[in-house]
Ligand binder design. Sequence first.
Ligand code: ZN
Ligand code: MN
Length: 479
Amino acid sequence: MKYEIVMGLETHVRVKSETKMFCSCRNAVALAEEPNENVCGVCMGFPGMLPVLNEKIVDLAVRASNAMRMTVNEISIFDRKSYFYPDLPAGFQITQLFHPIAEHGEVKTMVDGAEKTFRIHRMHIENDAGKLVHAGSTTLLDYNRAGSPLMEIVTEPDFRSKPEVIAYLEELQKIMRWCGASDADMEKGQLRCDVNISIRPVGSDVLNNRVELKNLNSFSAIGRAIDNEFARQIEIMESGGRVTQETRGWDDEHGESRPQRSKEDAMDYRYFPEPDLPPLHVLGEFVQARLVPELPIDRRRKYLVEYKLQEDDARILSNERTLSDYYEELVALTGDPKKSCSYVTTVLFAIVLEHNARVRSEGVKSFLAVPAKELARVIELVAGDELSSTNSKAVVEELFENGGEADEIVDRLGLRQVNDTAALDAVVEQVIVEFAAQVSEYQAGKVQLFGFLVGSCMKASKGQGNPKMFTEMLKKKIG
Ligand code: ZN
Ligand code: MN
C-alpha cells in the first residue's frame, strides 16, 4: 500500500525585543556571557512578584501577524499553564490558550519552482523557560532565557513532504527578519520547530494518530527526523499495529527518536485566566499602523514574472529587505530590471567578495556604500555608450572603496568613451594610413584582420573610442 505523510508545524520564534516579556531584564536575543546574569524576581517567579506586559512584544507580534496575513484579535487573554520543571521557577507559564493574539493566516512560498500556500491556524505569545545545562553528572540551571518572549505559530496540517516543511521554515525565517519581529536564527535558539506527523493511505482523508517530534535543532535534522518517522509509522501500520499518539524526542546523533511522554491534554495543565494580567486589547488602528504590505514572496514573484529574472537571482534579491530595497531603488532609477540585477549580483557581489573583511565587519551596509543613485548612473553611462562595460567595473570598484560620484570618477580615470564622430574619424584615418598593408590584405579577403584594425583604433584612442562606432566607420571606409 502507498502512504502519504501529513504534517503540521508548531514553531516558537523568539521576539526581538530589548527586554523580556513581563520584566525589564535584558531579553536573551543573543547568548549571554554569563549564566543567570539577566534575571529578577519576576522572571525567577518569586512569590508576590507582578508581571507587566512589555508593549514592544505586542508591537512586534502584531507586525508578524500582519506579515502572515492573520486576523489580530481585538481582545486576547493570557492563561496560566501550570506544570513543574526545574527550568520554570514560577511553576507555570503565561501563555494564551483560549484567546490567542492572532488567528487564520497564511505563508506563501516556492517549493520546487511552484508557489505554495500553507495555512496558519493561530499564533499566541508566551514566555520562555530557562535552560538546563547538563555537565557531567550534575545539571546546572541558567535562567537568562526565563521570561523571554516567544511567538508560537501553529500551522494547519498542510505539509505533505520534507521540501515543503523546509521551504515553509525558510520563508518564515525571511518573513520574521523582513518585518523585524525576530532574527529567527535556529542556531541561536531563536526559531525552534516541532513537527506533528501522521500517515494515511494515499487518497484517504482521515487524520490518524499523530506523533509530535521535538528537539529538532537544524533544517537538516528536521529532514532526517521526518524521513525516519515516516518509515517508522509505515512499519507499524504494515505489521498491523497502530501508531501511538505521543511526543518523541529526536536524537540526531543516533538517527532515531525516543518516546518522551504520552500526549497530555489541556486538562493536565489546569489552564485558567492569568489573574495578574488584564485582557489584552489591540485596537484596529494599532494593527493598521503596523501593516507589512509587500513580502519577500511578492517581490520574488514580481522579479520572476514581470522582470523575467533567473530563479536564483529572483530569490537572492528578495531574501533580505535591505538588499531588496536597494535593488528596487536601482530599478526605479534605471528602468532596467535585468541590467540592474546583473550590476548587483555580478559586479557588486564580486567586489564585495574581494573585500570580505570589510563586509564581515560592516555587513550589508558595506556594499550600500555604493549609493543606488551612483550605480544607476554607471548603468546609464554604459547604456549611452559613454562608458564601456569593462571599464564600468573599475568605476563601481572606486565607488565602493572611496565613494564619490560616478561621472567625476569616469572623467578622473579617463574612461569616458569618445562618441564625437569627427574625433573618431581622425583616429580611423590615422589607423588606415599606419596599417595600410593590413588594410589591403583585409580587402584581399583576409577578413580576420578586421578585428585587429578595430583594436588598433581602440588603442590609438587610449581605450576611449566607442568600439561600435569604430566598427561602423571602418566598414564604410574599407568595405
Ligand atoms: Zn526579569
Ligand atoms: Mn509553546
